[in-house]
Design a protein around this ligand. Structure first.
Ligand code: MG
Length: 377
């Protein structure tokens, strides 16, 4: 029996994780958390008979009989429920400290959050290595690469190819993209996801964050990470080995599949799925000029240190401003670029440096956007 704590239980990934855990009698969900959706959290707790629930939003200051809350809610959640595994299904940088604390307590980490890996991947991987456990990725591309690398020597990897569906605006000019609405940006053609990741997919920042994620998780250099547009999202990524062999992982585009692999690793569960429509697969080169956000992510990856953390924070703040209709779609990348020019570089950031970089960059972007009225509508 494995006991599991699930952070971000009420989101789209969290709900799929619960469905998969419930199919396996040897997996037991002992703790869940949500940011502030108290009703959804307590409903899940009751329906699935889960012992502990927590709210991470600072608006909930104290624990009650029904839920854990307060500044170090995650510490209390881990200590009360003593999980073997912690699954992070929430999005955003705020998952970094709960992920860090889980690893420090020797838990296996199953990671669907990319912002924490991008910002603090070095710290997380160091802890995981000390625990002698991999961080198990739930992001579909990284699950694909992780699966392709099983039984392989990492030194035999020449290159990886991250696939991207291209998002809803592929082929549009920068001018045409200028007036994209929030509604249009959150309609992803293949994956049904939360607002933040849907917008990141539309700007292609999502693929940039994924490149940094792959760089951290698999120890790859920038020149070993390439991209392919693949609108059907059946092939989730591919590894090229030094002998000229390629391995790719394919499945229907359903996050249940990488979730299932993370829960069964290194084994596999049995599950009924529809056959793949392989004759429809298409691949196209990715045009970097179309996606300035991706170029910025690659620049932050090359800079190293706390640059990916600053990039991610600037993007979180700019996406939030776009959702609140303070800036236009194409300005997301402009603001991220400004932040990358201005942030205070730290070569080997510790946890506190990362929290500082994140907070300061968010403040910087919010101040600039609020002052810059010309950019709103
Ligand atoms: Mg992905």
């Amino acid at each position: 029996m494995k006991k599991i704590a699930l952070l971000g239980a009420t989101g789209s990934i969290g709900l799929k994780v619960i469905a998969e855990i419930n199919k396996q009698s040897h997996l037991q969900l002992v703790a869940i958390s949500a940011h502030q959706n108290i009703k959804a959290l307590l409903d899940l707790k009751q329906v699935h008979n889960i012992k502990y629930a927590a709210l991470s939003s600072p608006t909930f200051k104290h624990s009650t009989n029904e839920y854990i809350a307060g500044e170090k809610w995650y510490t209390q959640l881990y200590e009360s429920s003593s999980p073997d595994w912690v699954i992070i299904a929430s999005s955003g940088f705020d998952a970094l400290i709960p992920a860090y604390e889980a690893l420090k307590r020797g838990k296996r980490l199953l990671m669907a959050n990319k912002e924490a890996l991008v910002s603090g991947g070095d710290l997380l991987l160091e802890l995981a290595a000390a625990n002698n456990e991999p961080i198990i990725p739930i992001d579909s591309e990284h699950s694909a690469i992780f699966q392709c690398l099983q039984g392989e020597n990492p030194a035999h990897v020449r290159k990886i190819y991250l696939t991207a569906s291209g998002g809803p605006f592929r082929g549009m000019s920068a001018n045409e993209k200028l007036n994209i609405s929030v509604q249009q940006a959150i309609q992803h053609p293949v994956w049904k996801m939360g607002a933040k990741i849907s917008i990141d997919s539309a700007t292609m920042m999502n693929k940039g964050l994924e490149a940094i994620e792959a760089h951290k998780l698999f120890g790859l250099e920038a020149h070993q990470i390439d991209f392919l547009i693949h609108p059907q999202a059946i092939m989730h990524s591919m590894v090229e080995f030094t002998d000229g062999s390629y391995k790719a992982q394919m499945s229907t585009p359903d996050m249940a599949i990488p979730i299932r692999y993370a829960l069964s690793y290194p084994e596999r569960f049995i599950s009924q799925t529809n056959p793949l429509l392989l004759s429809e697969l298409r691949f196209y080169p990715l045009n970097m000029d179309e996606y300035p956000a991706l170029g910025l992510a690659l620049r932050a990856m090359a800079m190293g240190g706390n640059a990916p953390c600053a990039l991610n924070a600037a993007n979180e703040a700019a996406v939030d401003a776009f959702i609140h209709q303070k800036i236009k779609f194409t300005h997301i990348a402009d603001w991220v670029s400004e932040a990358l020019n201005d942030f205070k570089y730290i070569e080997k950031p510790g946890l506190e440096d990362l929290v500082y970089t994140h907070t300061e960059t968010i403040r910087y972007i919010n101040n600039k956007i609020n002052k810059h009225h010309g950019y709103s509508n």
